[in-house]
Design a protein around this ligand. Structure first.
Ligand code: ZN
Ligand code: MN
Length: 485
């Protein structure tokens, strides 16, 4: 439909990520996922009267680190506030959060979509506490307060995103930044990273924002992308029919792939923010900021540019190396141990990654072993198929170095001309037809002959050598035939 191209989707994201602290943000209960319900609680995180919160210094530090990794300004003075609303997962009747004085402001995150780099501005990052978790059964609703008081950062982007794909890429990149710096593990399936989407539609060229809806609690990149696609079409259809978008909170229904109304926002909800009286405003010194800056890993922008240049990689190869935690570090360690970086890269990208699942790269093939396989392949001791076989054997936990396994299993490539020549004459005798084709001008027939020879050697013959010896022998015979003519 033509009309869709006349509109632009305007998206801002609010991402909540749980911080990697040992204890909760205002008490010393453990910050841990998966414990028995309501076993990690105390009067503070249960909001019992008279309980006094005290601010976890590490949570503040991790928030500052998130700000630095996302190019934010760090406020020298900050404050906690009470955000008041009623919900059964919030035992105090208010959430301790930050309103006017967030720890971080005015940052950005660069993303690449379809080869185009886009800078997404980050309005603010603030520290707050998580709520408990409601578990709905057929007949009742249960509350688990283990998560109550777990430190969260809320990262609020400007409305700079324009499509579901951009939003998903922003989430992916953000998660990589937070994980690599050890700020959050961002496990979406455990709820330690959650995303709220604010979305509105306007005609292309307009600058004013249209009325927006909010889609709450998306817990996967794919769902966020689908929810955005659906919601954007829904709003366009409303406008096309001459109707209006109403301000409301919606949820994504996984089964239907649609968004549905959760609650209408008649007027903006009033949270009656007030300064948290039990936690004094706190300062963040320049010294602390600089100390924390030093603990951050190399930024992803730097690393991307460096990998491209230092190892002469393509954009796509670099993107893959940066897509799983620890993968680029693994690659760089491998390359230190072999003079065949391209072969190593190829083994990692096409074979090793296929053997693994999950967001964090881990492999039972050590960096040293992978480097040894690359070296053996580079020096012609093994061919590509054997290299892959060795990888699989090591990944399955087989003992020994690649060279030991290759020797033990008789996988080393055969480079001995005598042996290969013997196979050449066998093949030429057996494959009369291919030989005739070759002499008849179909030079491609040599591929078939080479294939037969490789099969005879059970994949161990050096393929280049096999091809050369086949060609030499055939051309030698042709000369003999020529003489007789
Ligand atoms: Zn507690
Ligand atoms: Mn929040």
């Amino acid at each position: 439909m033509k009309a869709y191209h006349e509109y632009e989707t305007v998206i801002g994201l609010e991402i909540h990520a749980e911080l990697n602290t040992n204890t909760k943000v205002f008490c010393s209960c453990p910050n841990r996922f998966g414990a028995k319900p309501n076993t990690l609680c105390c009067p503070v995180c249960l909001g019992l009267p008279g309980a006094m919160p005290s601010l976890n210094r590490r949570a503040v530090e991790l928030t500052v680190m998130a700000g630095l990794a996302l190019h934010c300004e760090i406020s020298p003075i900050s404050r906690m506030d009470r955000k008041q609303y009623f919900y059964p997962d919030l035992p105090k009747g208010y959430q301790i959060s930050q309103a006017e004085y967030p720890i971080c402001k005015n940052g950005y995150l660069d993303i690449t979509v379809d080869g185009e780099c886009r800078r997404i501005r980050i309005q603010r990052i603030h520290l707050e506490e998580d709520a408990g978790k409601l578990i709905h059964t057929e007949t009742q609703t249960l509350v688990d307060y283990n998560r109550s008081g777990v430190p969260l950062i809320e990262i609020v982007s400007e409305a700079d995103l324009r499509s579901g794909r951009e939003a998903a890429e922003y989430m992916r990149e953000l998660r990589a930044v937070l994980r690599e710096a050890g700020i959050s593990d961002c496990k979406m399936q455990e709820g330690s990273m959650r995303c709220d989407v604010n979305l509105s539609i306007r005609r292309r060229g307009e600058t004013a924002l249209g009325e927006r809806t909010e889609i709450k609690n998306l817990n996967s990149f794919a769902f966020a992308e689908k929810a955005i696609a659906y919601e954007s079409q829904r709003q366009i259809a409303l406008l096309e029919r001459g109707e209006r978008v109403t301000r409301e909170t919606r949820r994504f229904a996984v089964s239907s792939g649609t968004t549905e109304v959760m609650r209408q926002k008649e007027s903006a909800q009033d949270y009656r923010f007030l300064p948290e009286p039990d936690i004094p405003p706190f300062s963040i010194s320049r010294e602390l900021v600089e100390t924390l800056r030093k603990t951050l890993p190399e930024s992803r922008e730097n690393k991307r540019a460096r990998l491209l240049k230092q190892y002469d990689l393509t954009e796509q190869e670099t993107a893959i190396l940066l897509s799983a935690d620890g993968l680029s570090v693994y690659f760089e360690n491998v390359v230190k141990e072999t003079s065949y970086p391209k072969i190593a890269l190829n083994l990692i990208l096409t074979d090793l990654l296929r053997l693994q699942t999950g967001e964090t790269f881990s492999s039972s093939v050590s960096e040293k072993s992978l480097a040894e396989i690359a070296t053996m392949a580079g020096q012609g001791e093994i061919n590509r198929t054997t290299a892959k076989q060795l990888l699989i054997r090591l990944a399955n936990g087989e003992n020994g170095s690649p060279r030991e396994i290759a020797k033990r299993e008789n996988l080393l490539q055969i480079q001995d001309e005598e042996i290969i020549r013997a196979w050449v004459s066998e093949v030429l005798n057996e494959e009369e037809r291919a030989v005739r084709d070759y002499f008849g001008g179909k030079t491609n027939a040599i591929r078939a002959l080479q294939g037969k020879l490789m099969a005879k050697s059970r994949g161990r013959a050096n393929p280049e050598l096999a091809e050369r010896l086949l060609k030499d022998t055939l051309d030698g015979r042709r000369k003999e035939t020529d003489k007789h003519v």
